[in-house]
Design a protein around this ligand. Structure first.
Ligand SMILES: *[C@@H]1O[C@H](CO)[C@@H](O)[C@H](O)[C@H]1NC(C)=O
Ligand SMILES: *[C@@H]1O[C@H](CO)[C@@H](O)[C@H](O)[C@H]1NC(C)=O
Ligand SMILES: *[C@@H]1O[C@H](CO)[C@@H](O)[C@H](O)[C@H]1NC(C)=O
Ligand SMILES: *[C@@H]1O[C@H](CO)[C@@H](O)[C@H](O)[C@H]1NC(C)=O
Length: 890
């Protein structure tokens, strides 16, 4: 997944840079658009639908149309999967030529090409052998949590089912993965779409050998397919299934949409029953090309499992594509029950090793005396202020500091100012967790260990600490074990689709890694949860029979048989929001053997402007005897998705409240005879809530019969999406408000300024999106425009979306004529300082988007962002910003 190299608890503040203080001068004055310049994916109608087609193929017809319009292009890929996707990936010499395609008969859609970073596990720990303390103590615990162990006991291992994994490749020489490649082996086929040297920026060099480069795909494959008989006594979920490896990452860099689509369609041609993708990037929209194709494949009767993303720290409304594909199964991660931590050895006094909260050892060689700042082990604000003059040089000590009052970074900065090069921070009761302090060697220790060190120091004991570098780690009960992983991405999508769908174990997972990386390792991520669901689906198909109808229904069956997950281990805390757990933790045994069928599995109440308060679902007794049912409403925590008092999404873990919807059910207890079904009507009423925090209500209606418990899952928004401001007009992130025009000196332009467009003398638009937008537009307008007035819809576009400027047809905004477009982008994600640069830039050139020069003169720039569910033709549905006067003197 697109992700930073996080510690267990990521923090954007680890560099010590406070938001609101990012200097404008740090902005690079170049355009940073979210899609690949000049590349487009064009979908064409199948031949029968194209008028005057003569005897050309659909592709030739497209190319001929382009040549007729003098468009210079190269074909990167052709797609020809009737019913799923027919079209081509094209590189145009001039991106503006894409506009020429709009009115070409037979063209259904033109989409930009997105880039997806290679998946980086949240944690990555090679293990040396079964005795390595990094190995989770019960390597099969994930199977027990999900009912897989019971299916294995029945002899179900996925035999006869084909699973295609789209990833970094696979080390098929691994003895636990069959030790070979091709017919007759576990890894029976596959393809390398890119070659070792592919980076996402250069030409892919495909070949027939999908050997792993990086190790991610081999770990994914072992979760599905590791054979028994290995030294760890662990097995894959469906180790008798056959695997195909579709490699889409080089040894470095990212991958683009066009290649993911190619791999998806190849998997369909190779007749895989299940396609699994542990990759993606946050965008919050279901419209990217690979999302659309993945969703169509799922709707056609294949099972498609895709990672939900590791961006939990970024908060709500940040789902990943292609997992956003409407019909695919997007998979969240649940933490395994233990976490491996490091220890420091204590000499000079009698005391066992001290556990500190780090996955890898602090890089400290030799032994260190300790230095303690305060004798008071209840001091609330240790090292929150600059240390007194009298403090000695701290460079040869490990400094012991108490947690509390100010940030870890402040404490570190204060002790580092006195020369300290290492620290242990002891807990003040807030909980033993990972702390983020940048590159400074520091970690949290437990309160009792800290208090012991303080007492020994003031008693004058010659305490020495050392930090073994290769003594493995100890298994510490994971404080978050059994809960949704804090890194697991929050939904819903920007347009309120139900994502993620379901959760599976993905935190602290032991599996295979390439032989040259040590053969076995522990990793964490939704990347690890996703193949677990793919393997579970194989068990399901083996038990129930392979069929398109069963495959189409599997998401509903998995969702209705899932297990609800709490938000914490504290009694009385609400269930985790559906926006992070989906319908809950998968239970594949129940999915196969329950004798009640519930459809649909998801009820979307939508936003308040489109509130759908009444839903019907069916409960069917598929058993052989009559059954008595009891229905109960079980609310989950309500996600406060926007930080109160701001326009920005709350960061993860997203705060929850216990406000909940009211549900009236048409039937609460009833009996169904064998084979009988009953439609149930549920009427939902939202509570009064603060719409400005965009509360997402969610929960379950439990359908219980004896020990069999299932549920339907609902999701509703206590606000209108159209009220959600998109364009950031605050100084939340920078040291001055955005949007802004940066002048040649990189300063925010206030007075009218002329630009020559020579060297550095050009204006750059700087903006931030606080929420995703279906349409982002930058237009040039007269310098005397005022942003008031009534609607005049002329010139606003309609119809299929596109990501390049249309031929200008005039138009106006706020009664003032717009002169021409400079940039237009569709379905753009919000900015997030934890995941990307945190802002957008657009370097203005003296040309319109179509390449025509702008006459010299005085202008302003009008920036508009359409709000979600807004009407393209309604002025009031946009956020708009008007720049200071820009003089073009090219
Ligand atoms: C391996 O797992 C099986 C089944 O859980 C168990 O019976 C056996 O004792 C285990 N063997 C070892 C060496 O741990
Ligand atoms: C390694 O760790 C164990 C358990 O924490 C400890 O007993 C042992 O002394 C350590 N060995 C070294 C060489 O640090
Ligand atoms: C919300 O309602 C609108 C209007 O009925 C509909 O177009 C949209 O698809 C709904 N959204 C979801 C996620 O169901
Ligand atoms: C390019 O756009 C400008 C502004 O919208 C327009 O005036 C001009 O005619 C366009 N040029 C071409 C070649 O379409």
């Amino acid at each position: 997944m697109k992700s930073l190299a996080w510690a267990l608890v990521p923090s954007v503040l680890s560099t010590g840079l406070a938001l609101g203080a990012v200097p404008l001068s740090s902005v690079k004055r170049v355009s940073n658009q979210p899609t690949v310049a000049n590349k487009f994916i064009v979908e064409v109608d199948t031949l029968a639908n194209i008028p005057n087609k003569r005897d050309l193929s659909a592709h030739e017809f497209l190319y001929e149309s382009l040549r007729k319009r003098d468009v210079a292009f190269e074909v990167d890929k052709e797609y020809d999967s009737q019913g799923l996707f027919v079209g081509a990936a094209l590189t145009l010499n001039n991106a503006n030529d894409a506009a020429a395609l709009i009115n070409t008969p037979g063209i259904k859609a033109i989409r930009p090409v997105r880039k997806f970073a290679r998946p980086v596990p949240v944690k990555n720990q090679p293990v040396k052998g079964p005795k390595d303390p990094n190995v989770p103590p019960d390597t099969q615990s994930t199977h027990i949590l999900t009912g897989v162990d019971k299916l294995h006991n029945q002899g179900l291992f996925g035999k006869g089912i084909k699973i295609g994994s789209i990833d970094s490749g696979l080390d098929y020489n691994h003895p636990s993965l069959g030790g070979g490649f091709g017919a007759g082996h576990k890894v029976s086929g596959g393809w390398d779409f890119v070659g070792d040297d592919y980076t996402g920026e250069n030409e892919p060099k495909p070949d027939a050998d999908p050997m792993d480069c990086g190790g991610h795909g081999t770990h994914v494959a072992g979760i599905i397919g590791a054979d028994p008989g290995n030294e760890f006594n662990t097995t894959g979920v469906a180790y008798q299934a056959s695997l195909n490896a579709y490699r889409v990452f080089g040894c470095d860099g990212s991958v683009t949409d066009d290649i993911i689509i190619d791999a998806l369609l190849r998997g369909v041609r190779d007749q895989q029953d299940i396609l699994t993708l542990s990759l993606g990037g946050s965008d919050g929209w279901s419209e990217s090309s690979s999302s659309v194709v993945a969703s169509r494949i799922a709707a056609s009767g294949k099972i498609v499992t895709i990672a939900a993303g590791n961006e939990g720290a970024s908060g709500s409304w940040y789902t990943s594509s292609p997992g956003n594909g409407i019909d695919v199964i997007s998979v969240a991660s649940l933490d395994n029950t233990v976490v491996p931590l490091q220890t420091a050895n204590v000499a000079g006094v009698e005391h066992g090793p001290i556990i500190y909260f780090q996955t890898f050892p602090l890089k400290l060689a030799g032994s260190y005396p300790i230095y303690v700042l305060s004798k008071d082990t209840t001091i609330p604000n240790d090292a929150c202020d600059p240390l007194p003059e009298s403090t000695p040089d701290l460079s040869k000590y490990v400094v012991i500091v108490r947690r509390g009052t100010c940030t870890f970074v402040t404490k570190i900065n204060n002790i580092a100012a006195k020369g300290a090069k290492a620290a242990l921070i002891y807990d003040n009761g807030n909980g033993f967790t990972a702390v983020s302090v940048g590159d400074f060697p520091a970690a949290l220790i437990q309160a009792a260990d800290g208090e012991f060190l303080v007492q020994q120091f003031f008693a004058g004991a010659p305490v020495l600490l050392s930090f073994p570098q290769d003594n493995g780690s100890v298994s510490f009960p994971n404080p978050d074990g059994g809960l949704i992983s804090s890194f697991s991405t929050y939904g819903p999508t920007n347009d309120f689709y139900f994502k993620p769908s379901i959760a599976a174990p993905g935190g602290n997972i032991l599996s295979t890694v390439p032989l040259n990386q040590g053969a076995w390792g522990v990793k964490s991520g939704t990347s690890m949860a996703t193949p677990f669901v793919a393997g579970s689906a194989a068990l399901y198909l083996q038990a129930k029979g392979r069929s398109a109808a069963l495959s189409k229904g599997i998401r509903t069956v998995f969702e209705t048989n899932a297990q609800r997950v709490a938000s914490s281990h504290t009694d009385g805390d609400p269930l985790q929001t559906v926006t992070q757990q989906g319908a809950g933790l998968i239970n594949v045994y129940d999915a196969i053997y329950s004798t009640t069928l519930i459809t649909p599995g998801q009820l979307i109440l939508n936003d308040t402007a489109h509130f759908k308060g009444q839903h019907t679902f069916s409960v069917k007794n598929t058993g052989k005897t009559p059954k008595k049912y009891t229905l109960t409403h079980v609310p989950a925590g309500t996600a406060v998705t926007v930080e109160p008092g701001t326009i920005f999404p709350s960061k993860g873990r997203v705060p929850l409240t216990t406000a909940s919807v009211k549900v009236d059910l048409s039937h609460k207890t009833f009996t169904l005879s064998a084979g009988q079904a009953l439609p149930i009507t549920a009427r939902f009423t939202l509570p009064k809530g603060d719409a400005k925090t965009f509360p997402v209500y969610s929960g379950f209606i439990e359908i219980a019969s004896g020990s069999e418990k299932q549920h339907v899952t609902y999701l509703g928004l206590g606000a209108s999406l159209k009220d959600k401001q998109v364009l950031d007009n605050t100084d939340y992130f920078f040291d001055s408000p955005v949007p802004a025009i940066l002048n040649a000196a990189g300063e925010s332009q206030t007075a009218p300024t002329d630009y020559t467009f020579k060297g550095e003398d050009f204006p750059t638009l700087l903006y931030r999106l606080a929420f995703g937008t279906p349409s982002f537009r930058v237009d040039l307008v007269d310098s005397n425009i005022k942003l008031t007035g009534t609607l005049n819809p002329r010139g606003f576009f309609k119809g299929p979306w596109f990501s390049f400027p249309r031929p200008n047809k005039g138009g106006s905004f706020a009664k003032v004529k717009t002169i021409g477009p400079l940039s237009e982008l569709s379905f753009i994600p919000r900015h997030d300082e934890g995941q990307d640069t945190g802002y957008g830039t657009f370097a203005i050139t003296p040309t319109f988007a179509n390449g025509t020069g702008i006459p010299n003169g005085q202008y302003r720039v009008l920036v508009r962002t359409l709000r979600v569910t807004g009407d393209h033709t309604k002025e009031e549905d946009y956020d708009a910003w008007l720049s200071p006067i820009i003089g073009i003197k090219a």
